[in-house]
Design a binder for this molecule. Structure first.
Ligand code: ARG
Ligand code: GLU
Length: 720
C-alpha cells in the first residue's frame, strides 16, 4: 500500500502545476501563475498587477482600518469598501438627530465629508524577499532560542532602516510558510480618511444576520470614503487644509458585468488561513474546539435574542454585539460541516501517509523529517485539554461582559494597591477608565449579562475538568446546589461593576479606599480567579506547545515542498496583500439544489415581501425605483444585478477587496463567502468554495439613482 501511494505521489508530483482556483498569491511573484491566469481569461501582464517602477493595480488598493480592504475609484482618492467595514465610522457619526445607520449618509460636497479619528489606510509601496538576510547563517542545528533571537534582531533592524514615521512610511517584516521565508512590506499610511457616503442599513446590511454567509444574497454591502493628504500629496494627520489624495493609480469601473466562467481576480488583504494543519489539528478543531465555541455562542445568542425581541432599546443596544458574536458562530458551523463533508481528517491522513512514505525512502530525510508526525500527534494530544480551557476563557469567561469590563481595571488596581505605579500613570489609567466606563454602559443591559453569567458559569462547571476550575466554582455547589441563577443574581446584586454611577463615583479619585472596593468586588474576584488559574495552569505550557508546533510546522512545510518540488505552494494568508483568481460560477450546495451565479434587485423585492423577517425590510425609495424601473445605465434585462459568486479563494480581511475583470477593471466588491465554502480556511474545494461579491452596478445604481450623489459618479471613470 505504501509503495503504491509513493509511486502515485512521485508521478503526481513530477508534473509542474498550479492548483486551479485555490491560492492566495504573493503579488510580486504572480508571474508563476501567469500562464494559468491567461488561460482563464486574464488579459494583462504580471507587471500590471505589481510593479515598483511605475504604477500598477496594487497602487489603487489599501488595507482599510484594522481588518478590511478598500480600493481607490477616482483621481481624487475616493475609496469604496464594504458597509460592514465602514460600520463603526457610520455608527460613530450617528445620533438620534442624524441617524446615518438608518437613513444613510451622502456628502454632496467635499466639505460635508466626515473625518474619522483613528481610521487609517495603507498602500503597499513595495515588498522584498529578505529571507537571505533574516535567515543568514541559521542552520538546521541552530538552537531554537538563538534562531528566534537572531531573526527578531534582524527583522527589527530591517524595519527600523525602512521606517519613516514622519512621512507615514511603515515597514513590516513578516514570516511566510511558518518561518521558511521572510518578506519586508513597506507601506505608506494615511490617517485623514473621511466618510463620504453610505446607504441605509436596509440596503447596506439588507438580509442582516439571516443572510450572513449565505447565498443567494441581496446585500448592498458598500460604503464610500476619501483619503486626504497634505498639499504636497503626503500622509498627514487630519487638517481642514488637507486635500484629496492623488494616488498613483485608481481603478476604472466596468459596467459590462459578469457571465458564467468569466475570469475574475480579488486583490486584497486576507487575514488568516491554516491550509497546512495536520490531521490531529483538524480533529481537534472539528471535534472539540468548534463544537464548544459554537455551543457557547449559541447560548449567548439565545439570551440576546430573547431580550432583543422584547424591547426596542435593547435591540438597538445589542445589534452590533449580536452581529459580531453571530458572525463567527455561523462561520464555525459552516466550517465544521464543510470539513466533515470533505472528509478533511482522512484527506490529511492520506497526505501524511504519503509524507511518511517519502521520508522513509532515505536516511537523511528520515533524520530530518522522521520525527514530525509523531511529534504532532504527541503535542496535539497534550494541548487538547489546555486548548479546551483557552477556548472557554475566550468564549465563556470573557463572554460575560462584566467580567471583561472588570478585567480592564486590573492594571489600575494593581498599580495603586502595590504602590508601584507612579502617580502620572495612575492618573492616566483612571481617566481612561472613566471614559471607558461611560462608553461601556451605553450598550450594556444588566439583565442580559446576568443571564449570560449564570449560563456561562454553569457551562464552565459542567464541561471543564475540576483541576481547571477556580475555587469560586468549586464552592458554588456547596452554597447553592443547582441554583445557578440564584448565585448569579446574588453576585449581580452585590457588585459595583454593574452600576455606572457607583463605578464612576469610585473612579472620582484613586484613593486606596476606593480602589480596594474594586479589588474586593465579587466580579473582580471571580475574574481574577479565572485569570490566575489560566496564567498558572494553562498559559505557560500552552504557549510552549504552540511555539513547538510552529517549529514542527516550519519543518513539515519545508518537507512538503521538497517532496513536491514542482507544486506551487501559496503561503497561508497573513494580512499581507494577495492576489486570488478564479471564474464566475454557480454551484450545487446540496443534492437537488443548484445555485445560479448572480442575484438581482428582483430578489431584494421578493425577500422584502416576507414580512416575518426584520432583516428583509427594503426602503420605500428603493421599492419605488423598482416599480418605475428607473435603472439608468445600471440595469440589464429589466433589473439591476446585485451580487455574484466566483471561485476566488478568499477569507476574512478580503472584505471590501476589489473584484477585477481580465482587464483589471472593477466589476465588484468582495464581501463574504458562501456558507458551504467556509472550510476553505483549512481546506479548499473548487466544487463548493465561492466568494460573494457585490456587483459594482448595484453600488453605482444606489449612489446615482437612490442617493442622487451624481457628484461622486462624475469623478469616477466608468466604462459602459
Ligand atoms: N460574514 C461577513 C464577514 O465575515 C460579513 C459580516 C458582517 N455582517 C453581519 N451580518 N454580521 O465579515
Ligand atoms: N466578511 C468577511 C470580511 O469581513 C469576508 C468573508 C470571508 O471570511 O470570506 O473580511
Amino acid at each position: 500500500m505504501r509503495k503504491i501511494l509513493l509511486i502515485f505521489a512521485l508521478v503526481l508530483f513530477q508534473i509542474p502545476y498550479v492548483l486551479a482556483d485555490e491560492g492566495m498569491w504573493i503579488p510580486m511573484l504572480i508571474g508563476k501563475n501567469y500562464e494559468q491566469m491567461k488561460a482563464l481569461g486574464f488579459k494583462l501582464t504580471p507587471e500590471d498587477i505589481y510593479n515598483v517602477n511605475g504604477s500598477s493595480l496594487k497602487d489603487a488598493i489599501v488595507r482599510f482600518g484594522g481588518g478590511c480592504t478598500a480600493e481607490v475609484i477616482s483621481p481624487d482618492g475616493l475609496l469604496i469598501t464594504n458597509h460592514h467595514c465602514g460600520f463603526s465610522s457610520i455608527q460613530a457619526h450617528s445620533s438620534v438627530d442624524h441617524d446615518y445607520l438608518t437613513d444613510g449618509f451622502w456628502a454632496m460636497t467635499r466639505d460635508q465629508e466626515l473625518p474619522n479619528e483613528g481610521l487609517t489606510v495603507r498602500f503597499l509601496q513595495r515588498m522584498e524577499d529578505v529571507s537571505d538576510v533574516v535567515l543568514k547563517g541559521i542552520a538546521v542545528d541552530t538552537p531554537e532560542g538563538d534562531r528566534q533571537k537572531l531573526i527578531a534582531q534582524r527583522a527589527d533592524s530591517i524595519e527600523v532602516a525602512n521606517t519613516n514615521k514622519g512621512n507615514g512610511i511603515v515597514a513590516d517584516v513578516r514570516s511566510f510558510y511558518y518561518g521558511n521565508q521572510y518578506f519586508l512590506m513597506v507601506y505608506e499610511e494615511f490617517s485623514d480618511v473621511r466618510l463620504v457616503g453610505a446607504p441605509p442599513e436596509s440596503i447596506g446590511k439588507f438580509g442582516g444576520d439571516t443572510d450572513n454567509w449565505v447565498w443567494p444574497r441581496h446585500t448592498g454591502d458598500f460604503s464610500i470614503f476619501r483619503i486626504y493628504a497634505s498639499k504636497d500629496n503626503k500622509p498627514a494627520s487630519y487638517s481642514p487644509d488637507n486635500v484629496p489624495y492623488k494616488s498613483k493609480r485608481f481603478l476604472k469601473i466596468s459596467l459590462k458585468g459578469v457571465h458564467e466562467n468569466d475570469f475574475t481576480m480579488v486583490y486584497g488583504f486576507p487575514g488568516r488561513t491554516q491550509q497546512f494543519l495536520v490531521s490531529d489539528a483538524v480533529k481537534l478543531l472539528i471535534n472539540q474546539s468548534n463544537p464548544n465555541k459554537i455551543n457557547l455562542r449559541g447560548t449567548r445568542l439565545d439570551i440576546f435574542n430573547k431580550y432583543m425581541n422584547s424591547n426596542d432599546t435593547i435591540r438597538i443596544q445589542y445589534a452590533s454585539k449580536y452581529a459580531s458574536v453571530a458572525n463567527y458562530w455561523k462561520k464555525w458551523i459552516g466550517e465544521t460541516i464543510g470539513l466533515r463533508r470533505l472528509n478533511a481528517i482522512e484527506k490529511k491522513q492520506e497526505q501524511e501517509s504519503m509524507f511518511e512514505a517519502w521520508v522513509n525512502t532515505n536516511k537523511d530525510l528520515k533524520e530530518k523529517y522522521g520525527n514530525l508526525l509523531p511529534s504532532f500527534r504527541r503535542l496535539y494530544a497534550e494541548v487538547a485539554p489546555l486548548s479546551l480551557v483557552a477556548d472557554f476563557r475566550n468564549e465563556d469567561v470573557y463572554a460575560v461582559e462584566l467580567l471583561r469590563f472588570s478585567s480592564n481595571f486590573s492594571k489600575y488596581i494593581n498599580d495603586v494597591i502595590s504602590g508601584k505605579g507612579d502617580s502620572a500613570t495612575i492618573e492616566t489609567e483612571r481617566k481612561d477608565l472613566v471614559r471607558y466606563t461611560s462608553s461601556f454602559f451605553k450598550n450594556f443591559n444588566i439583565n442580559i449579562d446576568y443571564e449570560v453569567f449564570g449560563a456561562m458559569m454553569y457551562n464552565y462547571h459542567q464541561k471543564i475538568p475540576l483541576d481547571y476550575q477556580p475555587e469560586f466554582l468549586k464552592n458554588i455547589q456547596e452554597q447553592y446546589g443547582d441554583k445557578w441563577m440564584q448565585m448569579a443574581s446574588d453576585i449581580y446584586n452585590q457588585t459595583a461593576f454593574a452600576d455606572s454611577l457607583r463605578v464612576l463615583t469610585l473612579l472620582a479619585s484613586s484613593d486606596t479606599a476606593n480602589v480596594k472596593v474594586f479589588l474586593n468586588d465579587p466580579v473582580f474576584q471571580i475574574y481574577s480567579q479565572f485569570e490566575n488559574l489560566y496564567r498558572q495552569k494553562v498559559k505557560p505550557r500552552y504557549y510552549e506547545i504552540e511555539d513547538s508546533l510552529d517549529i514542527f510546522y516550519r519543518r513539515y512545510v519545508d518537507g512538503l515542498m521538497k517532496m513536491q518540488p514542482d507544486k506551487e505552494f501559496f503561503p497561508d494568508a497573513n494580512s499581507t496583500l494577495r492576489v486570488t483568481y478564479g471564474t464566475v460560477k454557480g454551484f450545487e450546495p446540496r443534492d437537488g439544489v443548484v445555485y445560479d451565479y448572480y442575484t438581482t434587485l428582483d430578489g431584494v423585492i421578493e425577500k422584502s415581501m416576507n414580512k416575518n423577517v426584520a432583516d428583509y425590510v427594503a426602503p420605500k425609495r428603493l421599492i419605488d425605483l423598482y416599480k418605475s424601473k428607473d435603472y439608468g445605465i445600471y440595469g440589464v434585462n429589466g433589473t439591476v444585478p446585485v451580487a455574484f459568486i466566483a471561485t476566488n479563494h478568499t477569507t476574512g480581511g478580503n472584505s471590501g477587496s476589489p473584484v477585477l475583470d481580465g482587464e483589471g477593471n472593477l466589476i465588484g466588491v468582495n464581501f463574504d463567502r458562501c456558507w458551504e465554502s467556509t472550510m476553505s480556511d483549512v481546506m479548499f474545494d473548487p466544487d463548493y468554495c465561492r466568494n460573494i461579491a457585490l456587483d459594482i452596478r448595484y453600488a453605482l445604481f444606489i449612489i446615482d439613482k437612490y442617493a442622487g450623489a451624481q457628484n461622486l459618479i462624475s469623478e469616477m471613470e466608468i466604462i459602459e
